[in-house]
Ligand binder design. Structure first.
Ligand SMILES: Nc1ncnc2c1ncn2[C@@H]1O[C@H](COP(=O)(O)OP(=O)(O)O)[C@@H](O)[C@H]1O
Ligand SMILES: [Mg+2]
Length: 279
């Protein structure tokens, strides 16, 4: 069975793309077949993590009925050369990037009316089906647009696990609560599982007394997550600290590949097992 995980948030900049890209790469390292899709169609950025300039995009599948094998790119050889040397390595990474050109984004922006959105939704369901039947993946990871836009709802609709990334700020906490109440309750009622993932919490950059090992004990985080659970029923995953070397890097990168022993990589690995019971 293919698990479909959407990474969503109320605000931008909460780490959706970072978490989506690194989760996909970690699952591949764990031997899984994974497809990652950039459905943050208004501000695509996933391609930056993979350092490629694709010739075809998901847009070609959605707009021009391009073949799945053209619009979805197999990145396994490029990214997992070392892992592939192990004879029993079964991981695969397929990537579907969204076209960041002005014209491609305008095209999505200009789409209007119920018929347009119904058609886009059906195409997305078709994309999911094609990935499952032709690429036979264990996971589909979807990077989404923040907030309550059509494309965010579309992406959430085709997922069975929804991860809401959030930062420790009041606006984000309130917005996340609103999303849980107004949007997520419907998905959860029909079988999806939602999780809150507090990301970029302070910890790694500050003196050792409040460092890493104490993060789980931080009462402020606990309180916020317990409150959100009490009012919305949403589960939470272990918080992820903000790591300066990731935050201030001049370009995005896949920490789990570049630095598998980085605390970010280790924490993300345990978060994935909390979510999949499958480490
Ligand atoms: N745990 C983290 N520690 C440090 N920096 C992070 C972390 N998660 C994300 N970032 C950084 O925060 C910025 C925003 O992350 P991004 O994944 O682009 O957010 P979103 O996709 O939600 O807009 C990026 O520069 C990213 O490298
Ligand atoms: Mg993003």
């Amino acid at each position: 069975m293919t698990h479909c995980i959407a990474i969503h948030s109320y605000k931008g900049g909460t780490g959706k793309t970072t978490i989506a890209a690194n989760t996909a790469a970690l699952l591949v390292k764990m031997g899984k077949k994974v497809a990652i899709l950039d459905l943050d169609v208004y501000a695509p950025s996933l391609h930056n993590y993979f350092k490629i300039n694709p010739k075809k995009w998901i847009n070609d599948f959605l707009d021009n009925n391009a073949d799945i094998y053209e619009s979805i790119i197999d990145m396994t050889e490029i990214l997992f050369k070392d892992d592939q040397k192990q004879s029993n390595f079964t991981g695969k990474l397929y990537t579907g990037f969204s076209n960041p050109s002005r014209d491609a984004i305008f095209k999505f922006e200009m789409g209007n009316g119920t018929d347009y959105w119904k058609k886009q939704f059906r195409k997305l369901v078709f994309l999911r089906e094609q990935i499952i039947t032709k690429l036979d993946t264990d996971y589909i990871i979807i990077d989404t647009s923040p907030g309550i836009r059509h494309w965010s709802i579309n992406a959430l609709s085709i997922a069975d696990k929804l991860i809401l990334t959030m930062k420790m700020d009041d606006l984000d906490i309130e917005g996340t609560k609103k999303l849980l109440f107004e949007i997520y309750t419907t998905f959860v009622r029909f079988g999806a599982i939602s999780y809150i993932l507090l990301n970029r919490i302070s910890g790694y950059c500050i003196p050792a007394t409040t460092h890493d090992s104490n993060l789980e004990e931080n009462q402020d985080h606990k309180k916020v997550l317990e409150e959100l659970h009490a009012v919305t029923g949403a589960n939470s995953l272990s918080p992820l600290p903000c790591y300066c070397d990731i935050q201030f890097s001049p370009r995005e990168f896949l920490t789990v590949i570049n630095n598998p022993n980085h605390p970010f990589s280790l924490k993300l690995r345990s978060i994935i097992s909390e979510m999949t019971n499958n480490a």
